[in-house]
Design a protein around this ligand. Structure first.
Ligand code: DGY
Length: 325
């Protein structure tokens, strides 16, 4: 029997490539070539396993061509780039990589919040341009965090990791979720469940999006929610871009309806809405919340283990954090 063929759609940490190399024949694609459905449709027929990125569109049309495919492992948390239903109907297993990125994303959410409230990027630009002529009592004033309300939409693992850090900074934690979290977690975080996203928006000095992208969360933050947010409040999004109506957010920032935004994700990555690029108090980063050496390796190894488990047909092996959709 010939060795299984495994396609990795972007260069990933070498350890992951070597590990999968023990299992089969690995092809690591050049950066970006499988961001198109067309290219993937053409090539997928040859492969038994796919390790793909959240930028890889694994659509129904792609899956129809995937005659040999047995497993898809997403190098991401969530499945919004994959037609999971179509894959399951074809008997193709689908896995993602939850939890291994929780701490990196919790750290990053805190950093993005501070960069936004304390104007790191505008202040840095000012210094580099040679405009720093001396200490100013009124220069770059920002919002202090102690005693402020943090509203978290989606109190899953990453939401809780952010809440833990924010609590240590003296923030009051509120959240909205499909259902309330356990009493122990609520107690530990001193977190209060809020019934509606509208009320959460009204009460939050900082509104943070930590929910998955689903049909229900698409454009969850729209003009209506932005109007309810206090005029000095900050929106943080490290979840998925389409959770926010980017055009509405850009307008809200230009009009001063809210105080600022920190964004790591965008509606049509890698494109950014042109009005956002000129919006005031908007920190924007290129989807790097999970970008630590440790986490990216852990994501890759978990995805690789999903592939190995399916290709070996080893159903009983217990691998921490490994779940199939
Ligand atoms: C995610 O799922 O957003 C991670 O950053 C990995 O892609």
């Amino acid at each position: 029997m010939s060795a299984p063929k495994i396609l990795i759609t972007e260069p990933v940490p070498q350890k992951v490539i070597d590990y999968l190399g023990n299992m089969g024949e690995v092809l690591v694609a050049e950066k970006g070539i499988y961001n198109s459905e067309l290219q993937l449709k053409k090539d997928i027929r040859d492969f038994d396993a796919l390790l793909c990125m959240l930028s890889t569109p694994v659509t129904n049309a792609v899956l129809e061509e995937a005659k040999n495919l047995k497993v898809i492992a997403n190098f991401a948390v969530g499945y919004n780039n994959i037609d999971v239903k179509a894959a399951n109907e074809l008997g193709i297993k689908v896995a993602n990589t939850p939890d291994v990125l929780t701490e990196a994303c919790g750290d990053f959410a805190m950093a993005l919040l501070m960069a936004t409230t304390r104007h790191f990027y505008d202040a840095e630009k000012y210094l580099r341009k040679g405009e720093f002529k001396g200490w100013e009592p009124l220069g770059f004033l920002g919002m202090e965090l102690r005693g402020k309300n943090l509203g978290i939409v989606g109190m899953g693992r990453i939401g809780k990791a952010f809440a833990t850090r924010a609590k240590a900074f003296g923030m009051n934690i509120f959240y909205h979720n499909r259902s309330s979290i356990s009493g122990t977690d609520e107690k530990e975080l001193e977190a209060t469940f809020i019934d509606t996203i509208e009320e959460l928006a009204q009460r939050s000095d900082v509104l943070s999006l930590n929910c998955p992208l689903t049909p229900e969360t698409y454009h969850l933050v729209d003009n209506h929610i932005l109007e309810l947010m206090p005029s000095n409040s900050i929106l943080i999004d490290i979840s998925r871009g389409p959770v926010v109506d980017e055009a509405a957010l850009a307008e809200a920032l230009h009009k001063g309806m809210i105080g600022g935004a920190g964004l790591d994700v965008f509606e049509e990555e890698p494109n950014v809405h042109p009005r956002l690029l000129t919006a005031p108090n908007c920190t924007m980063l290129p989807h790097i919340a999970s970008a630590t050496y440790e986490t990216r390796e852990a994501i890759g190894m978990l995805a690789a283990n999903a592939i190995i488990q399916v290709l070996r047909g080893d159903k009983d092996e217990q691998i921490p954090n490994l779940v199939f959709a």
